[in-house]
Design a protein around this ligand. Structure first.
Ligand code: ADP
Length: 134
């Protein structure tokens, strides 16, 4: 059993497709073990996206991710980290195949519906950051 942190981003909320995204995770046999609505502030975003803060497009990501409340979830299941990333598809929604969450609902590189931890270590740090627990 493994845990991953998933964030349903502002474009997911605006397009009202959270139910469809959650259904795909559930159909894959994954369980939601915690969930909350959050409005992400600049401090949280600069920690969460620390690997991107030096890019010129970071202010855009900050504006987008802080534009409305999002849903943060802890998802649990066998190989949850890699399986959720596969269900999502690549970062750029235009490159994501039909049948993937980003391929079906995303718009572009930034508006790509959901975040999911990219490693077990990242999942642990993100679960601690967003939920204050292991
Ligand atoms: P992922 O979310 O697939 O793990 P990254 O960690 O590289 O991808 O990027 C985090 C988020 O920042 C992406 O999901 C996307 O919303 C945004 N992003 C990444 N690269 C770009 C880019 N070149 N232009 C605009 N937004 C980007």
């Amino acid at each position: 059993m493994e845990k991953s942190l998933v964030i349903l981003k502002p474009d997911c909320m605006e397009k009202r497709v959270m139910g469809k995204v959650v259904t795909r995770l559930e159909r894959a046999g994954l369980n939601i073990v915690d969930c909350k609505v959050m409005h992400l502030d600049k401090k949280m975003l600069s920690e969460h996206y620390a690997h991107l803060v030096h890019f010129p497009f970071f202010p855009e990501i900050e504006d987008f991710m802080g534009s409305r409340p999002v849903i943060a979830m802890i998802i649990e299941g066998n190989n949850a980290v890699s399986r959720i990333r596969t269900l999502l598809g690549p970062t750029d929604s235009q490159q994501a195949l039909p049948g993937t969450i980003r391929g079906d609902f995303g718009t572009d590189k930034m508006l790509n519906i959901a975040h999911a931890s990219d490693s077990k270590e990242a999942a642990e740090a993100e679960i601690q950051r967003f939920f204050g627990k292991k």
